[in-house]
Write a protein that binds this ligand. Structure first.
Ligand SMILES: Cc1ncc(COP(=O)(O)O)c(C=O)c1O
Length: 292
């Protein structure tokens, strides 16, 4: 089922629940998912806990009698933590449905459309009863995808396979280069052997995707860097043809209380890049110039 945005799709999934129900969510999720849970739906009698879903023990420990949903984001945005689906990526890279996941949600706004020119969301399920409820919400709530956006995304998806191959290849080159820069404290990319879930990512993902985060150590260092990039566009969203760079603490995750952000690993120095389809040498040259 298609929706007007990824958030509209996520909102519709949470409508499957009732007041009194409890939801477990991956801790370093997209800021909007934290916001809709904590700042909207907790007013309607749902409760949300954010936990490290890369650790099965943590999930078991956090389960309650009234836990009705486990909401997993993998890789997480922006710290790239990978949850074992057996236990972020488009269906070209990973297919949670094949792992027995009940409901899969995508933001079409990102790599699926891939041209930063539409907003949309997608929910996929094999469960007929869930599908019927979601179709009812689509109509009753009206969070639907517009015809022009639908057409743009249909066109964008035609090049998904070749774009994801290129995004993945370039991102691995950029991430490897970033690990060699002394000014960079840490690089988060599932394709790096140093990544804590590297072997899981190799098993679970066709390639490692186009998203990288790296820590410059402080807010000042991040600001200096972001004010110097030119080829990479300083902008929200991700998954476009153009490389997009952002500062999660003041952008995508700004609505999360700073103590919570710290716990999630969204530090003041963290920068996130969506590696575009430009030549990887040009992207690296731009980052090098910005690092000064
Ligand atoms: C992981 C994740 N989930 C959901 C969303 C929300 O998608 P949309 O912007 O299409 O509402 C985003 C947006 O950045 C995201 O990164």
């Amino acid at each position: 089922m298609a929706f007007g945005s990824g958030m509209a799709a996520i909102d519709s999934i949470f409508r499957l629940l009732k007041p009194g129900d409890h939801v477990l969510v991956s801790d370093s999720v997209y800021g909007g998912t934290y916001r809709i849970g904590k700042m909207v739906l907790e007013n309607f009698g749902l409760t949300f806990d954010f936990i490290d879903t890369t650790r099965l023990r943590a999930i078991r420990a956090a389960m309650r009698k009234n836990t009705r949903m486990l909401f997993i984001e993998t890789p997480t945005n922006p710290t790239m933590a990978i949850t074992d689906l057996k236990t972020f990526a488009t269906p070209y890279i990973q297919r949670p449905i094949d792992y027995g996941i009940d409901i899969v949600v995508h933001s079409l706004t990102k790599f699926l459309n891939g041209h930063s020119d539409m907003l949309g969301g997608m929910v996929v399920t094999n469960d007929a009863a869930v599908a019927e409820r979601l179709r009812f919400f689509q109509k009753a709530v009206g969070a639907i995808l517009g015809p022009f956006d639908a057409w743009l995304c249909l066109r964008g998806v035609k090049t998904l396979a070749v774009r994801m191959e290129r995004h993945g290849r370039s991102a691995l080159e950029v991430a490897t280069w970033l690990t060699k820069q002394p000014k960079i404290k840490n690089v988060y990319y599932p394709g790096l052997p140093r990544h804590p879930q590297y072997s899981l990512a190799k098993r679970q993902m066709k390639n490692f995707g186009g998203m990288i985060s790296f820590d410059l150590g402080s807010l000042d260092a991040a600001k200096r860097f972001l004010n110097r990039v030119s080829l990479c566009a300083l902008a929200e969203s991700l998954g476009g043809v153009e490389s997009l760079i952002s500062h999660p603490a003041t952008m995508t995750h700004a609505s999360i209380p700073s103590a919570e952000r710290q716990k999630m690993g969204v530090t003041e120095g963290l920068v996130r890049i969506s590696v575009g389809l430009e030549d990887s040498e040009d992207i690296i040259a731009d980052l090098q110039r910005a690092l000064g």
